[in-house]
Structure formats: C-alpha cells, structure tokens
Write a protein that binds this ligand. Structure first.
Ligand code: ADP
Ligand code: MG
Length: 701
C-alpha cells in the first residue's frame, strides 16, 4: 500500500447492512481498496485512478445518503462516541407506558370518549418510538432503496394500522426500538472488548532533551531521540536501552507472560510494559514500530474475508428482495386463489416483513471472524486474514523446519577436532572469521566460542550459501570454506568421515580440510507438546524438513515422535519447496498444508505453503511479510492454539448461521400459516440478532 491510503472512523454507523452498502457504493464510485470494518467502524480506501482530492465531502455525502446520521471523521478512535443512553431509555419507557395505557383504555367496555383517548395514546407511542425509523425510511425511499430494515418496518406497521391492527403495529414499533437499543449495546460492548485488545499502542512519549522532559505525541519522536518510559507504562516505540534496566511484560506482543529481563544496550520492543524507569534511544519511526506492524496486520486482516463472510455478503443481496417478493406473493395470491379475505393474508405478509431483516447474519458473522483474529492476536498469534481461519480448519499436514523452529537454534560449540598441524584455536579463528557476517544461529555459536573480536578488514570476498555455509577469501589471498558435509563435496574436498548425532561444521583452508567443529542444538521443550497436540487434533501428516544432516534430523524426529518416513534431511531451500509441493499435490485439493519456519532462509517455502507460518517473527519485517500466520513467541505449540481458535471461530459462525436462518425460516413459515403474530415476529427478529452477537463474543472470553 502506498501513501495514498485514507482512513476514516465512522460515527453513528449502527446498521451492518448499511456498512455493506457503503462499501459497495464506494467501490462503484471507483474508490480503490475499499474496506469498511463494521466491528471497528474503520473505513479505509485509496483513490487509485480516481481524482479525489476532496474525498471527505464525497465520502460523507455517500455515507449519509445510505445511513442518515452517520459521519466519517478522518482520525481513528477506537473508543465509543458517547451514546445518548438516557434519551433512548426515556423514549422506550414513555412509549411502553403509552402502549400499555392504550391497551387498557381501548377495552370495549370503556366509553367512547375513553377509547378515543386510548387510540390517541397508541399513536403517541407509535411516533415516539418510531419517528426515527419513519424518518430514515423516507430518506431511504429517495435513494430508491426498498430493501432496508427501516422501510420494512414502516411498511409493515403502517400496513397493520390500515388493516386496523393498531395495537400490533404500535407494539412492533416499540419492541423494534427496544431491540435496536439492546442490539447497539451488545455491538458496542463487543467493539469495546475488541478495541481493548488492540489498545496496545500509547499515543504519547516522554521525550528527553538535555535535562528537560516533555510529553509529545509519538509521531513527533524521531529515530535516535531519547525517551523516558516510566514504571508500568507501555514502551511507545522500538529502541535500545541507554539507561536503566527492567523486567518487561511482553504479554500483549507474544502472549508469553513470563517477564523478560533487559539491561543497558538491550533492544526493547514497543507494546511491552516496563517494570521500572528506563531511558530508550528510539530506533524506528512510529509507523514502523513493532506495535504498529501488529496493529496493521490485525486491521488489514479484515480485508481477506473468509468464505463464510463472502457467502453472507452474497446471500444478503438476494435474501431481502426474495423475502419481499414472498410477502407480496402471500398477500395477493392465496386470497385470489382461495377467495379468502385479503386482510388475513396481508397481515401474514406483514409478519413476514417484520421477520425478514438479515441483520443477525450481517452483523454477527464478520464480528465472529474479527473476534477470532482479535483473540488470536491476544495469544501472540497474528493472522493475516479471516481466510487463514478457513484454512486452519482444514489442516491435514504440518511440516516443520528444524533449526530454530523445533530446536532452540542456539548452538553451542562442544568439540573442536583439528588435523595434526593445527590447534583447536586455529580452527575456531578461521571459522569465526568466515562467520563474521552471518546471521545464522550456527555462526553466532562459533563467534561466541571464539570470544574475541574478528578483524573484519581481513575479509576480501565473502559469500553465504544458504543451507550450506560460507565461502570467503582473505586479503592475504587465503580461501576459507566453512560449512556442512554437502559443502565439502561441492568444493571437492575430502575429509575424514564424521558421523555423530550433532551438527558438524567443516573448515577448509586453501582447499585442504583442516578440522571440524561439533556443535549441538537443543530441542525446545514446547516442541514435544507441539507434536503431541497436533496428533491429538487429528493432523494426518507431521513432517520435518531440514538442511541439517540425516543423523541429526532422525534423532530429533525420533525424540519428538515424528514418523521416520516424514523426515527429510540435507535439504536446500529449493528442495524444501519441492517436498512441500509434493504434499500439496498429494492432498489433491482437500485439506491444507502448513509449513512452519523460523524465517531464516525459509521465506519461499513459507510463501508457497497453504498456510505459511513464521515463528518468533517479532522484529523481522521479511517474515511478517511472507507468512500468513506469525507466531510471535518462540513456541511451536502455539500452532495448536491457533488451530483451536480457528475451530472455535468456525463453530460460532456456523451456529450463528443456523440460529439466524433457522429462526427466520420458522417464523416465515409460522407467519405464512397464520400462526405467528407481529408481536412474535418482532421478538424473533430482535432476539436472534442479540443472541448471535452475544454468541460471537464468547470467543473473546
Ligand atoms: P534448517 O533447515 O534446519 O533450518 P538451515 O537451512 O538454516 O537449517 O541450514 C542447514 C544447514 O546448513 C545447517 O545445518 C548447517 O550445516 C549449514 N549452514 C547453513 N548456514 C551456515 C553457516 N552460516 N555456517 C555453517 N553452516 C551453515
Ligand atoms: Mg531454519
């Protein structure tokens, strides 16, 4: 996305159907990348080809035409605009009282005078409860939109008044208003719980200049500025500690609740909470901080809609007009066919109108997926879209990278074996020189074992070969090759065979094998649980793909309980891709194949998998880019958490669909048979919306 992305928060947006229409209208008006998230009420779009310098006016015109009273504001606020609660409550109470009064006073045993007062009372109740609905209906008619809920309600109730079902008409209006009120409350509640999940970015920072401290908006803080973070505060921007030490609570970033100890010179990530005062030198601007990237990922996630959401969008487009036709059919055909009184069937048609609003689905389904994404981000699992939730529900194969993913990736040099003319220290010195620039965990362990500064000026030429090792030349024209067995064959240099259960790094100087370094890695304790849980979740194939040697791979695999036949060793990144594709081909369109990597040279495989998972993704742009799912904490068993959340999300979405469509279908049937009154219909309509919204929220618990 370029600079051209505009973001608005929309206040007063209360009807999900309208949100859908706004989105579609903007698309029709040639705005690009239009995305209106009903749960957060955030509208994003870009102008694309369109000239839209004064887009704010145009956007607002479109919005208020579709949902009168809604307005777009260019800043993003997650918090609720104050709902005028008490006005709604007074309106509801008064209209309820008037409705009751009307019912009592219109009792046939009353005098004519009293009955007349009773009807006055009905009409007052009708208008007090329904003026907003009627007003909106008239406004909508001007848009030639006949399928919104305001019009449905107005037509049904005015029609009922005409056929002299006055108490019913009033009751529908009053209960519809009560329902709207409760529904808004439920939606606001859910917005708040989701909002608080995402409320992990402080707006301000304490900027330290000379000896004075000023509090400024984080956008004003630039890289290299020094900021102070006080105990209990969230770190607003990524940076390096220049003064102080602390225990960091990184729960919101990784889901891991154990505090992380940091001291001077350590990197700290925005979003974590410090236990004591620290001074930080800022390393990245605010739009690029870790916490901004997380928020962006979650906000953009709504863009990739799930199959269910897409289905509901399509469904809503046909459903309402269909029900309208059905109502019309029921009002006209049976009376003509069976020569029955019109008003009986017209009443039935009105019952169907009242029940016909698709709100329950349109509101609750996106809410379910958004809650699913929010819930997982709270667990330190970033999903790049609701479509990932779909795929997670179908997982049949999980392929793991080994080094750094299932193993700690912190190698330790155990033994150094030189040939006779060399000392262990020589071997280590050559290896450390070659590994000076590598970010591979093996390189780090060799540098650590060497313990001294490497003279970087000695390096003349240098090449890192992924999954093999390093080839380099020094200023004094010595060639050094450091890497695995495969690399020694590649450079045609024989060496004494060394079969051990650890990883061996061979050192070759000027074409001559001079020794090897044995290093060892450890299996993460959480890896045992990860494999066990995947098995119990019914995942058919669990495989291990590694560039490391066969011995090491088999030892690790055996210990974790991975089947021998699914362990693949000595792989180059391209071979990993081949094996992944073999699995994708084998599943034949059914199921999904996951690849989990730690992001070091696995990006192509992560990108190709049905679900590419990057683990320990914090702080690395490239992995967040390539992956569909990022596990923030270095914990493989989080994958099973993600699958669990996805399963639950799917279950709730299905429940909502069955609940909403089921109840609507029953009421339409009962209405058509004359067994449901308008009272029942309005309770059914409102009730099911509230029920489905509340059901969606169960995810966040
Ligand atoms: P995995 O697939 O298990 O994550 P990698 O693809 O990162 O492993 O690396 C595979 C193998 O390549 C390592 O086990 C090691 O033998 C060799 N290797 C890769 N990079 C280096 C390096 N910088 N120095 C030495 N050996 C390396
Ligand atoms: Mg790796």
């Amino acid at each position: 996305m370029g600079q051209d992305v505009h973001k608005y928060s929309i206040k007063g947006l209360s009807c999900a159907n309208c949100a859908l229409k706004i989105e579609n209208t903007l698309k029709d008006q040639n705005f690009a990348d239009v995305q209106l998230n009903f749960a957060t009420r955030v509208l994003t779009f870009s102008c694309g080809e369109k000239k839209c310098d004064s887009h704010s006016k145009e956007i607002n015109a479109i919005i208020s035409k579709i949902e009168p009273g809604a307005q777009a504001f260019p800043e993003i606020t997650m918090d609720q605009p104050q709902d005028r609660n008490w006005i709604a409550i007074v309106r509801i109470t008064v209209s309820l009282l008037l409705l009751g009064l009307g019912i009592v006073l219109t009792n046939p045993s009353m005098t004519e005078q009293v009955i007349l007062t009773g009807y006055m009372s009905f009409f007052l109740a009708y208008f007090i409860a329904g003026w907003k609905v009627l007003k909106n209906a008239i406004l909508q008619l001007r848009n030639y939109d006949f399928t919104n809920e305001y019009i449905l309600m107005s037509v049904a109730t005015i029609g009922a008044i005409i056929i002299q079902e006055i108490p019913e008409a009033v009751a529908v209006m009053v209960f519809y208003t009560i329902g709207e009120y409760l529904q808004t409350k439920a939606i606001n509640h859910s917005r708040q719980s989701i909002g608080s999940l995402l409320d992990i970015r402080p707006d301000q920072a304490h900027l330290v200049v000379a000896d004075s401290i000023t509090t400024v908006p984080i956008a004003e803080v630039k890289p290299d500025d020094i900021i102070l973070v006080k105990p209990g505060e969230r770190i607003p921007l990524d940076g390096k500690i220049v003064k102080g030490h602390s225990n960091l609570d990184m729960t919101t970033l990784t889901g891991e609740s154990r505090p992380v100890v940091v001291k001077e010179d350590d990197e700290v990530l925005s979003g974590s909470i410090t236990s004591s005062s620290i001074h930080i030198q800022v390393t990245s601007p605010c739009y690029d901080s870790t916490v901004s990237r997380i928020l962006n990922a979650v906000e953009n996630a709504a863009k990739n809609k799930s199959k269910t959401e897409l289905f509901i969008t399509r469904f809503a487009r046909y459903y309402t007009p269909l029900v309208l036709l059905l109502a019309l059919f029921i009002a006209i055909i049976p009376p003509l066919l069976f020569r029955q009184a019109f008003d009986v069937w017209v009443y039935r048609a009105f019952v169907i109108l009242v029940i016909s609003c698709p709100c329950a689905l349109v509101v609750s389904i996106p809410l379910v997926y958004f809650s699913g994404i929010g819930k997982s981000s709270r667990e330190g699992i970033l999903l790049k879209g609701a479509n990932v939730i779909d795929s997670l529900n179908e997982v049949s194969t999980v392929l793991w990278d080994k080094t750094g993913t299932l193993t700690v990736g912190k190698f330790k040099v155990i033994t150094i074996v030189p040939i006779p003319d060399y000392s262990p220290h020589d071997i280590l010195a050559y290896a450390a020189l070659a590994e000076a620039h590598s970010t591979h965990p093996i390189a780090a362990s060799i540098r650590e074992a060497y313990g001294k500064q490497v003279d970087l000026t000695q390096i003349e030429e240098y090449e890192e070969l992924p999954a093999l090792g390093i080839m380099m030349k020094t200023k004094s024209n010595e060639s050094i090759v450091v890497g695995n067995d495969k690399l020694t064959h590649k450079v045609n240099c024989p060496h004494s065979e060394c079969i051990r259960d650890e990883t061996a790094v061979y050192v070759i100087r000027n074409g001559e094998y001079i020794g090897h370094i044995i290093i060892d890695d450890q299996i993460k304790t959480s890896s045992y649980e990860a494999v066990k849980r995947l098995k119990s979740q019914g995942i058919l194939n669990i495989g291990l793909l590694t560039g490391d040697s066969k011995n090491v791979a088999e030892r690790v695999g055996k210990e974790l309980g991975i089947d021998q036949s699914e362990i693949y060793a000595n792989l180059m990144p391209l071979n990993k891709l081949e094996i992944l594709e073999r699995y994708i081909y084998k599943k034949n369109g059914v199921g999904a194949v996951i690849f989990v990597g730690d992001g070091i040279n696995d990006a192509p495989v992560i990108a190709r998998a049905d679900i590419g998972v990057a683990m320990g993704g914090i702080g690395s742009d490239a992995t967040i880019e390539a992956a569909d799912l990022v596990i923030m904490e270095d914990n493989p068993s989080k994958l099973s958490d993600a699958i669990d959340i996805a399963k639950k999300t799917n279950r709730l979405a299905k429940q909502n669909i069955v609940l909403a469509l089921g109840i609507k279908a029953i009421f339409i049937l009962l209405g058509a048979m004359g067994l449901a009154t308008m009272w029942a219909a309005v309770f059914g309509d409102v009730g099911v919306t509230i029920l489905t919204v509340l059901n969606s929220l169960r995810l966040l618990r």
